[in-house]
Design a protein. Structure first.
Length: 391
């Protein structure tokens, strides 16, 4: 494996090989402009379970995003070891790692079976109150799921756009123990496998370790806020989970869906199901017309053409026709002056397939504003809401 372990790291340049698993990986975006990536964060584990926080800053984020995957094991060399950040540390280590342009990443293929997968420092639910607005470390917590809400859309203070929100209620004992709400925001809300957890709860308690949360107070109640740094480990094979399962199995009941209070000031939105490209690429367009899915892909190519002359009646393409234009749609066949309309064609991939996406009108215009900026090169992963159409 590596030349050294995490406890042997000294502040300064490091040329030794460090073998680590990327236990967590997330992007930290500008709270005022979510198209601007500030840094990429990682929690790294060595073969003995020692952990350290690592960060990658622009413009290196693009370079390493294609080399690192959450859960993968790598040999790292030529990085910088520095003093840990003062605030919001994900693990207890006085040092941290910064990637440099010289850092090398080598994939480890032969991974020992006992190589650790996750790390956490649990705070009991009944001890969360003293950590209210605590800034030095993120908070990790363990609990059995009792209630899951549907995703809601709301506008928070200081944000112009709406943000997704989901609440997961957990406890340390199903009947009598204290409970706490874990409030997941944005992509964390939509990616949480709520349906799977609810379905599996029919047969057994669903016990989750939430890591990377912040303790907050709302209406005098303690809750946990889960943004991009928040991750979860469901029914992990660790002693703490096994002990909680043993104490709750006798009184087990399925997870409850929280439908929301009547008249509550929030809008419940239908969240498209997460799909891979291989699952939607060859679907029958007539049988699945207007169905929606959420697909997370890496953008590979954007065509240079970004608009076309559209028919004013049906928005199809027009072609020159004497001194004017004629619609190419035979059922329309309109003749007249066209209107310029946005059209973006791009090629994207995930870990299952490659596909071409075409965006029109306002959606294409929003993509141009978000992607054709000085920070475009930093944006690799894009979440698309896909609606299958027939042409």
């Amino acid at each position: 494996m590596g030349d050294i372990l995490i406890p042997s790291l000294m502040v300064g340049d490091c040329s030794h090989s460090l073998c680590v698993r990327v236990s967590r990986l997330w992007e930290f975006l500008d709270p005022q402009d979510d198209s601007r990536l500030l840094h990429t964060d990682l929690v790294l584990l060595d073969e003995e379970g020692n952990s350290i926080h690592a960060q990658i800053y622009p413009p290196l984020c693009q370079q390493f995003s294609a080399l690192l995957d959450e859960g993968g094991v790598y040999n790292l060399k030529y990085f910088l070891v520095r003093k840990a950040n003062r605030f919001y540390k994900p693990v207890e280590n006085c040092s941290m790692i910064s990637f440099t342009k010289w850092t090398t990443v080598e994939v480890v293929l032969q991974i020992p079976p006992a190589f650790p997968v996750c790390t956490y420092n649990l705070t009991p639910i009944e001890q969360l109150q003293p950590r209210m607005d605590y800034k030095e470390y993120f908070t990790d917590v363990l609990g059995v799921v009792s209630v899951i809400s549907h995703v809601s859309s709301l506008r928070t203070r200081g944000r112009q756009a709406e943000v997704m929100k989901r609440t997961v209620t957990i406890s340390n004992a199903r009947d009598a123990g204290p409970t706490v709400d874990v409030v997941l925001w944005g992509e964390r809300a939509t990616s949480f496998p709520a349906e799977q957890v609810h379905r599996d709860s029919d047969s057994s308690p669903q016990i989750i370790i939430f890591v990377g949360t912040l303790v907050r107070s709302y209406a005098d109640n303690v809750s946990l806020s889960g943004g991009s740094s928040c991750k979860w480990f469901i029914n992990a094979p660790v002693p703490e989970v096994n002990a909680l399962r043993a104490s709750t199995e006798a009184n087990h009941r399925p997870v409850i869906w929280d439908q929301g209070k009547v008249g509550a000031e929030r809008t419940i939105v239908a969240v498209p199901e997460h799909k891979k490209l291989k699952d939607i690429k060859y679907l029958h367009p007539f049988e699945n017309k207007k169905k929606e899915w959420l697909v997370i892909v890496k953008v590979l190519k954007i065509d240079s053409s970004w608009w076309y002359n559209a028919c004013k009646k049906c928005l199809r393409t027009t072609k020159p026709h004497g001194d004017t234009y004629r619609c190419t749609n035979n059922s329309c066949d309109n003749i007249g002056s066209p209107t310029p309309r946005y059209k973006i064609r791009l090629t994207a991939e995930d870990d299952t397939d490659t596909a071409e996406f075409i965006f029109f009108g306002r959606m294409a215009q929003r993509l141009i504003k978000k992607m054709w900026t000085p920070s475009y090169q930093l944006i690799h992963l894009v979440s698309f809401q896909v609606k299958l159409q027939t042409y």
